[in-house]
Design a protein around this ligand. Structure first.
Ligand SMILES: O=P(O)(O)OC[C@H]1O[C@@H](O)[C@H](O)[C@@H](O)[C@@H]1O
Length: 300
């Protein structure tokens, strides 16, 4: 049986965020999704082990996006005319339908549609669906971008996924070798990844292009996270486009400068974020784009 209940997330800086908790008796796993930002904030596997990082310093008063989980970036990555990383992560999302379960796999969908507020800052009509499918040790999240207006729009999108890890100094990322990446810390110059595995010894902020996956995060000697990612469009979703993958860890100095992140929390998190951010995609009227990540958590 799948059960849902409303919970309140309270951070140490005051305020609270309403969230939906969905639990499956059959597979034993659970998720929490905040209505503010439609952010998947927690995924606990069948053993009750949390797999997503959420900062102890995160704000829960709507003054900032949720710092952790999987915030959704749309329609713009980074800064520019719109708020940094767009407005989807700071908008109010609605539960689309009652969660369903089949054979221990649960599906939950949240929706955000253009409204007076969004049209004031971005004059396009859209519908976003955040689809979350989870089981005992698997998590699939996707953002569907639908153009419900009469004009084409350009957009960027990202599943800004924060993984909870044991120790960043022991993490190895496998599967990005040979890809080009834009290093956001080196004047956005482009390089080719020579390392396999990639390890972390300093602040890292890179946009890998044409990532096909699978990408593996080896978390010490005993845990593995395997990620498949895709960006698709077309009526049946079979027109698959290359996808970007942002790799991010703020390390020491950047962490100290972030008001909603602990100075030492970089040790136990890393972001691997599938998206389309190295360029803008064009969404024609009635078209749908789908950005998806399929994640499997396993023990070695
Ligand atoms: O602080 P924010 O807006 O959530 O962004 C966090 C990070 O998000 C990453 O996706 C970017 O590549 C980084 O440059 C950025 O610092």
């Amino acid at each position: 049986m799948v059960t849902q209940k409303d919970v309140l997330l309270e951070g140490k800086h005051g305020g609270s965020l309403e969230a939906l908790e969905v639990t499956s008796d059959e597979c034993g796993a659970s998720i929490r999704v905040t209505k503010f930002g439609g952010t998947l904030y927690s995924y606990k596997d069948a053993d009750g082990e949390e797999k997503l990082f959420a900062s102890e310093e995160g704000h829960t008063d709507r003054s900032k996006p949720v710092r952790g989980g999987v915030p959704l970036v749309f329609p713009q990555f980074g800064g520019g005319e719109l708020p940094k990383h767009g407005f989807a992560r700071t908008s109010e999302w609605l539960l689309e339908d009652t969660p369903t379960e089949q054979d221990g796999i649960v599906t939950v969908a949240f929706v955000l549609e253009s409204n007076e507020e969004t049209l004031k800052i971005w004059p396009f009509k859209f519908k976003l669906v955040h689809n979350i499918v989870f089981g005992a040790s698997k998590l699939q999240t996707s953002m569907h971008v639908v153009n419900v207006g009469e004009e084409a729009f350009k957009f960027q999108a990202l599943l800004h996924t924060y993984y909870l890890i044991e120790d960043i100094s022991q993490v190895q990322v496998v599967g990005l070798k040979g890809l080009s990446y834009v290093d956001q810390l080196r004047e956005s110059n482009t390089f080719t990844e020579e390392n396999d595995p990639i390890t972390f010894e300093a602040e890292t902020d890179r946009i890998y292009t044409d990532a096909k996956g699978p990408i593996e995060i080896l978390d010490g000697k005993s845990k593995k996270i395997s990620i498949e990612l895709s960006l698709s469009t077309g009526e049946d979703g079979t027109d698959i486009k290359p996808c970007d993958a942002v790799l991010w860890n703020p390390w020491t100095e950047k962490s100290k400068g972030m008001g909603d992140f602990g100075d030492e929390e970089f040790h136990t998190m890393m972001c691997l974020e599938p998206g389309c951010v190295s360029r803008y995609e064009t969404c024609e009227p009635n078209a749908t784009w789908v950005l998806t990540q399929r994640v499997t958590f396993s023990k070695m």
